[in-house]
Design a protein around this ligand. Structure first.
Ligand code: HEM
Length: 380
């Protein structure tokens, strides 16, 4: 239990943390990786370089500080992060390492302003926040379909579009259960020319695992930070190869009584929505809005074609090459505003959609989303 005095110190330091949050977390990561280079095997180097992870951690710590009187308010955020931590095999023994380095970074960036009382208050508060994560993750480890990273054999590779491949994998070591629609798996690979392991989450395409677990990977070629793992999977992994997978994770699930659903995806964001569609199409009316560069770029054409005559689902495709982006006007023509919305795509795509929904007066509680990239780095 934190004392009132500690809570007051935490509240008083929020403005300074907001001002220096990302600076503190950047210093924290650098310092932590110098002392613990083995952690480079779990952190995503691309996210580090792009600063996304720094923003996400800073946002989370600030959110926790703001809700220090009522930490249960941040549980939905913690739940989403805890799923990722469990999928990455983050364990209780890692928390003191993060704690020590975070406190060091606060002292380093704030200098003399970080009085012993402030340092003490943050050390205690970190412990409380860490316990919330550790407890939630313990429950997720208990309910996981298998523990740790297990070898799977690739039994099928399919080009879903010029940029997207799906991989179907099976393992003798685990008895596959049906997957919850919307979940992802986590792949661990070690490309030959890399010093460290690389871990990535990829959405599962189908809830049906009778022929294996199928997940989709978009080859990430944009900019300097071209995706190391997606390119490795596209170029090197073929039928018969083995890859390591941890158990399905994620809380981006359809959880509503609303009979009308709208699915909105950008690019490979279609993947988790396809497993949701498979699960929901017999139960509800679904408008599926997909934004792609052009028709060629649309994945899962076989599955979409099979649903052609299903009156429960209507597909709307927006091709940005010819029609530009999705806008409020376009969405207003399709949606009635009373549906429950599930969407998935890049952080930028999500931010654009959230702005449009806010313009349309749609209550945020009806918008469920999962970006590719840390959710807490979204600032809309
Ligand atoms: C991801 C917060 C402890 C390792 C994340 C994310 C947040 C976060 C916000 C991004 C989730 C997303 O993708 O949406 C925290 C907080 C912690 C904590 C507040 C302490 C209370 C730890 C510990 C470790 C760890 C102890 C292990 C040393 C990771 C890794 C990722 C991650 C590897 C994936 C990020 C990436 O590489 O892109 N965490 N975390 N975290 N966390 Fe933590």
């Amino acid at each position: 239990m934190l004392t009132e005095e500690t809570k007051n110190i935490i509240k008083a330091t929020i403005p300074v943390l907001e001002e220096h949050g990302t600076e503190i977390t950047s210093a924290f990561y650098q310092h932590m990786f110098e002392a613990h280079p083995e952690l480079l095997n779990v952190f995503n180097k691309t996210n580090q370089k792009l600063g996304r992870q720094q923003t996400a951690l800073a946002q989370t710590v600030i959110a926790a500080a703001k809700h220090i009187d009522r930490l249960e308010a941040i549980v939905p955020n913690v739940n989403q992060i805890a799923h990722k931590h469990r999928a990455l095999e983050i364990k209780p023994e890692h928390y003191p390492i993060v704690g020590e380095n975070l406190i060091w970074a606060i002292q380093h960036v704030l200098g003399d302003a970080a009085t012993p009382e402030i340092v003490e208050a943050w050390t205690e508060t970190y412990g409380v926040i860490a316990d919330v994560f550790i407890q939630m993750e313990a429950a997720l480890y208990d309910e996981a379909d298998w523990q740790g990273f297990v070898p799977f054999k690739v039994v099928a590779v399919k080009e879903e579009s010029p940029e997207i491949k799906s991989f179907t994998v099976q393992s003798d070591a685990v008895q596959l259960k049906p997957v919850k629609a919307g979940q992802y798996i986590t792949v661990k690979v070690h490309p030959e020319d890399e010093t460290n392991d690389a871990l990535r989450h990829y959405s599962i395409c189908s809830v049906n695992t009778s022929r294996g677990l199928k997940f989709a990977v978009k080859r990430d070629v944009a900019g300097e930070e071209r995706g190391m793992v997606s390119n490795y999977l596209h170029d090197h992994v073929k039928v018969g190869d083995e890859i390591l997978l941890s158990a399905p994770a994620g809380e981006f699930l359809v959880d509503t009584d609303n009979k009308d659903l709208v699915f909105i995806s950008g690019g490979v964001g279609m993947t988790p929505l396809m497993s949701m569609l498979e699960d929901e199409v017999d139960k509800r009316s679904i408008k599926f809005i997909h934004s792609a560069y052009n028709r060629d770029a649309v994945p899962f054409k076989d599955e979409i074609t099979k649903l052609h005559n299903n009156s429960n689902v209507a597909f709307y495709f927006n091709y940005s090459e010819s029609a530009g982006r999705l806008t409020k006007e376009k969405l207003s023509r399709i949606m009635n505003g009373n549906e429950e919305i599930y969407m998935c795509g890049s952080v930028g795509f999500m931010e654009g959609m959230l702005e449009i929904f806010s313009d349309m007066g749609i209550d945020r509680s009806r918008v469920h989303f999962e970006p590719f990239g840390p959710k807490m780095s979204i600032t809309v």
